[in-house]
Design a protein around this ligand. Structure first.
Ligand code: HEM
Length: 116
């Protein structure tokens, strides 16, 4: 049985803010990775602030170009080289964030990797 994924604060009855704002993302509480396939997605925040993993404005990450160039290669290598699985004891995968010094995942997500 595949684990249930809790993705949104809305499942906890809390206020929808930021990345959970439906005026910014369609169906924000749905786990839809394909939303990131939109090549028009502006991650620099120069047109509209939607998702800015590298920051925005004058202090935007200087390594943005380098990182984007290498991320696909690194990800593909990791997927090709290892078998990935979640723990059998995790019936629920909790992707909800919480505030610490920065925004972090509330419950650490543990994965098991084995060389293929
Ligand atoms: C996935 C990879 C990376 C992410 C998500 C990331 C994210 C960020 C973020 C959020 C900031 C702060 C921006 C702000 O203050 O508004 C930043 C700053 C910075 N990053 Fe990155 N970064 C990544 C990779 C890199 C790489 C590979 C380099 C260099 C080769 C780099 C160099 C820098 C520098 C120099 C700053 C400071 C820019 C400034 O304050 O003017 N980063 N990065």
């Amino acid at each position: 049985m595949s684990p249930k994924v809790i993705f949104s604060l809305s499942t906890q009855g809390e206020e929808l803010v930021g990345a959970n704002d439906p005026s910014i993302w369609a169906d924000p509480t749905d786990f839809k990775l394909e939303r990131f396939l939109d090549l028009e997605l502006d991650i620099t925040g120069s047109k509209k602030i939607t998702m800015i993993p590298f920051g925005a404005g004058r202090r935007i990450c200087l390594g943005l170009g380098l990182a984007m160039l290498h991320l696909n290669c690194i990800l593909v290598q990791l997927m090709q080289s290892f078998e990935w699985s979640t723990s059998a004891v995790h019936e629920i995968i909790d992707l909800i964030e919480t505030h610490e010094f920065t925004m972090v995942i509330r419950t650490p997500l543990r994965v098991f990797i084995q060389p293929r």
